[in-house]
Design a protein around this ligand. Structure first.
Ligand code: WTA
Length: 655
């Protein structure tokens, strides 16, 4: 709470400059309000108009929104389209020579590809997929480095109506295995390795390990893009090189026309249980969301050079790398490496070299770049920038101000975009030519997005009080279901108390101007360096270790990462006898979690106790653990605690 209180004391307001307003796609608050009003007056009609204006339909839709099976909403259901056609073919007649992707590899090598060639590459690869028997509705797991090929793989799946499920390249074999099995994927697309910060990191070996874990008989093809020329084991039964697969394929491929509700992709994300949820998105509604927000929030112009730094393994890399920028016909930068290599000036150098106009990154990256080289942006020519964006976690006003003054030279509006894997595209974000900005606030909902803050009973809370963030009406880009688990979808996002509203899982408060200030998750989901991780997933990983009897994981505020992971562990044997032993065990368990889920999930700190603080009914008191993890005085009532003596033990920090 203290965090949000301090944020709410933020009084600085930054109005868009007259120059920006003049050229903006949506200029001025009156235009914004008019759009909101249009949506209010005829909700379905408003969305139908947007969908007709932005998407090229193969068969026009006649029905806009079907709410009869709520919360399983259907949008534009009888319309037919192809997402890849909308991203590529539609630009072939008008701008075949325009650069679609500027790819910069880890080592700085730059490759550019125009729309004509990208279209041909996607078609060839789509034909390659078909030659392996992959067809509409099949699931394909993509485990790739950031590359032109990753985008090609996603677009090719969309082209043939196969449903991709991208797994972030930093996830372990076990996480990959879990996702392959849950999605029942018939193919995996990967690379021999990826390059990050000068290091070669194997991918194919991880796929091999995942497949060896069993239950993957359905996987008939492993397609391997040769990135690093590193040695890989080969299983002739299902392995095939990317370059050999496409060698003889034709550069055209008739798109598979699919219904608007046909699933475009599944993307696994963390929730409140140990099992990740396969968030399922549609084709029509999702595409519309990415296109609208490219124009509204990123104020997209044909002359822009757009750069979203997110990995395609996360939703941001789906909506604002693989789909949105191409659907509007833009030129985008795709980057393989990391922001701090060879030094913390890499982002700024790339903005200078590629004349980037629109730069979209995460607060955690901004904070680490401030720390490693707050003065570095001054050494580069950043005059091409016209708009900056932030996503993934709340941006603290200090980081916002640095971004605004040092990177944007007070010329560039900052769009702080609130959204989620489940929403598919921005929900609450500034229209940069309209809204006055307040550092730390994602400002106002987009036109047609009916966001609100409510209490436990689902009633609206008044301004300046915290509440649950909800979206009251269905919207086109939203999650359709959890893959294979419709009940969990209903329970997680549409609990009865919310009376039909979509429950986001965040708390927020609104100020007197109606601006939203996001306070963070209200469930057991952490945001660590912008990555979404479930505390339960980390706990399950810990207790799967033969040494561990019980574990509880909580988050603790962290200057750079947003949140750090703190684990409280009870061993099957006795507590470590001394600090050296504790340290050694903590390291073993950290690596164990790294191996089980992926390095991003390694706890920052592990503490050992003979027990965990529990109520008499056996519930772990996480609130207490959060206080202990932060080194705070315990002010909560501990009278319901079964074993108060345990608190002293858990306060001990291993040095
Ligand atoms: C958080 C990322 C504050 C929030 C696109 C949400 C934010 C979760 C913001 C979704 C923002 C995202 N300000 N918090 N601008 N953007 N979040 O699914 O807690 O990885 O629920 O999607 O990130 O994370 P996800």
């Amino acid at each position: 709470m203290s965090n949000i209180e301090s944020v709410l004391n933020e009084t600085r307001v930054f109005n868009p400059s007259a120059d920006f307003v003049k050229q903006a796609n949506i200029s001025g608050m009156d235009r914004y309000r008019a759009l909101c009003k249009a949506a209010e007056q005829d909700y379905a009609g408003y969305w139908a108009n947007q969908a007709r204006e932005h998407i090229l339909w193969h068969t026009p839709f006649t029905k806009t929104l079907d709410e009869s099976k709520a919360p399983f909403y259907k949008w534009f259901e009888d319309g037919e389209l192809n997402v890849s056609y909308n991203c590529l073919d539609r630009h072939l007649a008008t701008q075949p020579e325009k650069t679609a992707i500027i790819f910069e590899a880890d080592d700085g090598k730059v490759t550019k590809i125009n729309y004509r060639d990208l279209h041909a590459r996607v078609c060839q690869f789509a034909n390659g997929l078909k030659s392996r028997g992959i067809k509409k509705g099949d699931r394909v797991v993509i485990y790739m480095p950031m590359s032109i090929e990753a985008v090609v793989a996603m677009q090719a799946c969309a082209r043939i109506g196969a449903i991709h499920s991208v797994v972030f390249g930093g996830f372990s074999a076990q996480s990959l295995h879990e996702r392959i099995v849950d999605a029942q994927a018939c193919a995996v697309i990967t690379a021999d390795a990826q390059m990050r910060g000068g290091k070669v990191m194997p991918l194919k070996t991880v796929v091999d390990e995942a497949l060896a874990m069993g239950g993957c008989d359905i996987v008939k093809s492993v397609i391997v893009y040769q990135r690093a020329k590193s040695d890989v084991a080969w299983n002739a039964q299902h392995d095939v090189w990317w370059h050999e697969l496409v060698a003889e394929q034709a550069p055209t491929c008739e798109p598979e026309w699919v219904g608007a509700e046909h699933p475009l992709f599944i993307l696994y994300t963390s929730g409140s249980t140990g099992k990740p949820k396969g968030v399922q998105h549609s084709s029509g509604g999702y595409l519309l969301g990415t296109m609208l927000t490219m124009r509204w929030v990123f104020d997209y112009k044909p002359t822009d050079i757009f750069w979203c730094t997110a990995d395609v393994g996360w939703v941001t890399g789906h909506s604002y790398v693989a789909y949105g920028p191409l659907a509007v016909g833009g030129t985008e930068v795709v980057f393989e490496g990391i922001p701090t290599w060879p030094d913390a000036g890499r982002f700024w150098k790339m903005i200078q070299d590629h004349r980037v106009t629109t730069f979209y990154t995460a607060p955690t990256a901004i904070r680490s770049l401030i720390k490693l080289g707050g003065e570095l942006p001054k050494q580069y020519d950043l005059s091409s920038l016209r708009l900056l964006g932030s996503v993934g976690e709340p941006i603290n006003p200090e980081a916002w101000m640095w971004y605004y003054t040092v990177v944007g030279k007070e010329r560039c509006p900052i769009v702080d975009t609130w959204w989620q894997t489940e929403t598919g595209c921005h929900m609450i974000a500034p229209l940069p030519g309209a809204m006055p900005l307040k550092p730390g606030s994602c400002t106002l909902p987009l036109p047609g997005i009916i966001a609100a803050t409510v209490n436990e009973a689902g009633d609206d809370v008044s301004d300046q009080h915290g509440g649950f963030l909800v979206i009251k009406r269905p919207f086109p880009s939203q999650i359709r279901t959890i893959w294979g688990d419709p009940e969990r979808y209903k329970k997680s996002y549409f609990p009865d108390e919310m009376r039909g509203a979509y429950l986001a899982g965040d708390s927020a408060s609104r100020d007197k101007d109606g601006y939203f200030w996001i306070m963070g998750r209200v469930d057991d989901v952490l945001k660590v360096s912008g990555h979404r991780l479930g505390t339960m997933e980390i706990e399950s990983a810990l207790v799967a270790n033969p040494l561990v009897a019980e574990a509880a994981v909580v988050g603790r505020p962290h200057d750079i990462k947003g949140e750090a992971i703190v684990a409280f562990v009870v061993l099957k044997g006795s507590r470590p006898a001394d600090a050296a032993k504790a340290k050694e065990l903590a390291e073993t368990l950290r690596n164990w979690v790294g191996k089980t889920i992926g390095p991003i999930a390694k706890p920052d700190e592990i503490r050992f106790g003979d027990n965990l603080p529990k109520t008499r009914s056996g519930k772990i008191m996480r609130r207490l653990l959060r206080a202990i993890a932060q080194g705070l005085e315990i002010t909560q009532d501990v009278s319901t605690l079964e074993n108060p003596a345990i608190l002293e033990q858990l306060k001990e920090v291993i040095k």
